[in-house]
Design a protein around this ligand. Structure first.
Ligand SMILES: Nc1nc2c(c(=O)[nH]1)N[C@H]1C(S)=C(S)[C@@H](COP(=O)(O)OP(=O)(O)OC[C@H]3O[C@@H](n4cnc5c(=O)[nH]c(N)nc54)[C@H](O)[C@@H]3O)O[C@H]1N2
Ligand SMILES: Nc1nc2c(c(=O)[nH]1)N[C@H]1C(S)=C(S)[C@@H](COP(=O)(O)OP(=O)(O)OC[C@H]3O[C@@H](n4cnc5c(=O)[nH]c(N)nc54)[C@H](O)[C@@H]3O)O[C@H]1N2
Ligand code: SF4
Ligand SMILES: [Mo]
Length: 743
């Protein structure tokens, strides 16, 4: 048997580049992963992480069989035994203490797998606990909360039209390293260069002169955590200089006068000291933004994982609206994903009210059905009958990704039973009693139903499995459906049937987009093979480009996508207002009550910053091209090379603190301390130091042979679980007060 190519997308980050995977099926090996020049979105582009797909496939440390732990000993067990163990142990906790005694944490890779997208909700429903946590609350939760208030749906997030804009203002994102987030655009670095090449302008606001700032027309240093002040000042100037232009949106927008009144006190002069951005520079930026033929404002992780994350996220889109750039070509627009929903047709859960329940210990608010992960440790370690005793983690590594990882480690070690669905025995899963490893990404088929709703163009692509799953393995969906079934006293098949039946109800029959199609007809068309693929087929066929089950067959279906192995370009983004709005008023709410209620806190902070001296030094994070959050450090091709987990320090601070380039520093915060090698660089704003996140692979008892040799330190030993964006409960991971001294 020879080799062949399988075309699919890389699911490792949000960019979703097209890859051509060269496979030797006989030997069950992947030989190479290359860019797919015929993929309409990525046109051959790849970043170095794509080779990680190959490394991941053949990594001897990746788990292939369930592992059960007794004391410090791990033992491989069969799948049946594993599911029985899980049902028995979780069942016992539930019987003794009720469903709220078991929590769940679900991590980032779930967003990249259709099996998780479809069956994880079923698992969480079966668990029946309100103590659910996810990586959202160390990430984009503030943006979701803001967008629900403004547009009515948590995933109704405007996407900068990078390919057609004349002016892009980027705050707290470094796409040259991250390849973009809440902005799916393969080769975003190339797209930004193209923006400049066609005469457009790129402005970056960041406390670090990042790789992206280096290719920008203008970079402004900003004190961490002060984006909302800067953005309010930009709003202020637009109003003060009569530059507000709503254009076509005029009749669709509410709250303009209220926003004007709120912005009054935040003049450029009032915020200059606190933000570190001179008043003249703020005025100039407001004018350029307003004068540009088209413009988009884009804020990402630095604007979310900070003290005023929700306010900053709000003001980003307020600026898009006030400059007339919302929902317009070259501005910030709403995608139309082929499976419907995300990006404009919010599912019921995205519209849910806020703070329907609160965490037990600190009383932190629920949002989108979840509690802030900053509260996970205390929900376990605070004494009391109601403490968490069991935990299910799915594709998450909170020990390295949530604030105060050291406290979380101690808490996890005290659980009565923990089960992890994960590929590795790592910093988090070493505390589990049972690990259930799914097949590797290249052994699963996939369809991206999340990021197609957050994409710079509309597109659809089916990814077939590149390799047959090995014998006696389980795919991600099978594991999740099986757990959901066992917890509910049913089988995986019953869970699959429930998921399908639920979606069918909303997709076909009277009152749906396919009013003339009966459930029985749809079922017959979809076939009887269980799993995600027929559900994707349903979503595509009933979706906005779908064939609607019509016999003439025009429109999308899974079969159509299978016949287009490089994917389909469904065209540039198009105006979608007012159709995507789901607010109670039916309007774009520029000054919604929930967001306005947090302005006094910002006002108080501004006053404080004007009177008391700011902390000497604050810590921010960064990402690097060859890392992927906390979990690809075991792949030699990515981990090799020079030390990457360094503390960046401005030369002025280095001199003052007695730190030498290449020397070592001790960094302390309220919650912990660590040592890291120092790199002195004027890319840092004075008073700000930067440490990448996702390192710290020297924990005992893991099975990460390569990562251990490039261990680095976890920046989340310094981040503080008490520091939150008050509205969303999102953790503050940037702007942590620290003390730094030579080690
Ligand atoms: N200080 C600081 N902390 C941060 C951030 C920061 O900027 N600074 N960023 C935050 C952000 S944006 C995020 S998204 C979070 C991420 O936080 P998490 O989602 O908790 O962590 P990841 O590092 O993505 O780890 C993913 C886990 O899933 C496993 N895994 C990978 N692929 C699969 C799969 O297909 N199936 C299964 N079952 N498991 C899989 C990996 O082995 C790993 O254990 O971290 C956050 N933490
Ligand atoms: N190579 C690689 N790519 C990734 C990931 C990865 O780990 N590695 N992770 C993926 C994930 S889960 C996500 S969420 C995305 C994130 O993608 P991005 O949002 O682009 O994240 P970062 O690259 O961390 O860039 C954040 C920037 O914010 C700056 N910053 C810190 N604090 C502040 C502040 O208060 N205000 C402002 N204005 N800026 C601030 C930092 O200096 C940094 O330059 O990347 C994704 N892509
Ligand atoms: S940018 Fe890299 S990791 Fe992200 S999808 Fe493309 S190849 Fe994969
Ligand atoms: Mo993220």
């Amino acid at each position: 048997m020879g080799t062949h190519l399988v075309h699919r997308t890389c699911s490792l980050c949000e960019a979703h580049c097209g890859v051509a995977v060269e496979v030797d099926a006989g030997a069950a090996r992947v030989l190479s992963v290359r860019g797919d020049p015929d993929d309409p979105m990525s046109r051959g582009y790849l970043c170095p992480k794509a080779h990680g797909l190959l490394g991941l496939q053949h990594d001897p440390d990746r788990l292939r069989r369930p592992l059960a732990r007794e004391g410090a000993e791990w033992r491989e067990i069969g799948w049946d035994e594993a599911f029985e163990l899980l049902a028995r142990r979780l069942g016992a906790i539930r019987a003794a203490h009720g469903p709220e005694a078991i929590g769940a944490y679900v991590g980032n890779p779930n967003a990249h797998d259709i099996g998780s997208a479809l069956y994880l909700p079923a698992l969480l429903r079966s668990l029946g606990s309100r103590r659910r946590f996810s990586a959202s609350s160390v990430d984009q939760l503030p943006k979701m909360l803001a967008c629900r208030a403004i547009f009515g749906g948590g995933l109704t997030i405007p996407i900068p039209d990078v390919d057609r804009t004349a002016f892009l203002l980027v705050l707290g994102a470094n796409p040259l390293a991250s390849n973009g987030s809440l902005l799916t655009a393969p080769d975003l670095p190339g797209r930004l260069r193209a923006l400049r090449a066609r005469g457009g302008k790129l402005v970056v606001v960041d406390p670090r002169r990042s790789e992206t700032a280096r290719i920008a027309d203008l970079h402004l240093f900003l004190r961490p955590g002060t984006d909302a002040l800067l953005l309010f000042a930009l709003v202020h100037v637009l109003f003060a200089e009569g530059r507000v232009r709503l254009g076509r949106l005029e009749p669709l927008v509410r709250g303009v006068a209220e926003l004007e009144a709120l912005a009054k006190e935040f003049s450029p002069e009032a915020v200059a000291g606190a933000t570190g951005v001179p008043a003249a520079a703020i005025r100039r930026l407001a004018r350029e933004l307003s004068d540009a033929p088209s413009a988009a404002v884009y804020g990402r992780i630095g604007t979310c994982t900070q003290e005023f994350g929700t306010l900053a996220s709000w003001l980003v889109d307020a600026l898009n609206a006030l400059t007339g750039n919302l929902d317009r070509e070259g501005g910030a627009m709403f995608p139309r994903p082929a499976t419907g929903r995300a990006g404009g047709d919010p599912s019921p859960s995205e519209r849910l009210p806020y703070a329907r329940w609160r965490s037990r210990v600190r009383g932190l608010p629920e949002a989108f059905g979840e509690l802030p992960v900053a509260a996970l440790a205390e929900e376990i370690d605070a004494a009391g009958e109601e403490r968490l005793r069991g935990l299910v983690t799915v594709a998450g590594n909170p020990v390295l990704s949530a604030p105060n990882g050291a406290r979380l480690e101690r808490a996890l070690a005290s659980l009565e039973f923990m089960v992890s669905v994960d590929l590795y025995l790592n910093e988090t899963t070493r505390f589990a009693h049972l690990i259930l490893p799914p097949t590797a990404p290249l052994e699963r088929s996939n369809y991206d139903a999340v990021f197609t709703g957050l994409s710079v163009r509309n597109w659809a692509k089916f990814s077939p499995a590149a390799l047959e799953p090995p014998p006696d393995s389980r795919g991600q969906w099978e594991i999740l459906a099986e757990i959901a079934g066992r917890l509910a006293g049913a089988g995986a098949a019953a869970v699959d049937e429930l998921v399908l039946a639920h979606l069918l109800k909303g997709a076909v029959g009277p009152g749906t987009g396919c009013p003339d199609v009966s459930e029985a007809e749809a079922r017959a068309a979809l076939g009887s093979v269980r799993g995600p693929e027929r559900i994707v087929d349903l979503m595509l066929r009933a979706g906005p480009y779908g064939d609607r089950f019509r016999p003439d067959g025009a429109g999308l279906s899974l079969a159509r996508l299978r016949a287009a192995p490089h994917g389909l370009d469904l065209g540039p983004l198009e105006p979608r207002l007012p159709g995507v709005l789901a607010t109670a008023s039916g309007a774009v709410e520029l000054a919604p009550e929930l967001l306005v209620s947090d302005v006094p806190r910002l006002r108080a902070r501004l006053r404080e910053l004007a009177t008391a001296p700011a902390p000497d030094l604050v810590l921010v994070g960064r990402r690097q091209v060859r890392t992927n959050n906390s979990w690809m450090g075991n792949l030699h091709a990515l981990a090799k090379g020079r030390e990457r987990c360094t503390l960046l320090v401005n030369p002025v601070d280095a001199r003052r603190l007695g730190l030498a380039d290449g020397g070592r520093a001790r960094v302390r915060s309220r919650v912990g301390s660590l040592e890291a090698p120092v790199a002195v660089s004027d890319e840092m704003m004075p008073g700000v130091v930067s440490l990448p996140h996702g390192f710290g692979h020297d924990a005992p008892g893991t099975r990460l042979g390569v990562a251990r040799r490039h261990a680095g330190v976890s920046s989340n030993l310094l981040t503080d679980e008490e520091r939150l964006d008050a509205l969303s409960g999102n953790a503050v991971l940037n702007g942590i007060p620290v003390e730094v001294a030579p080690a």
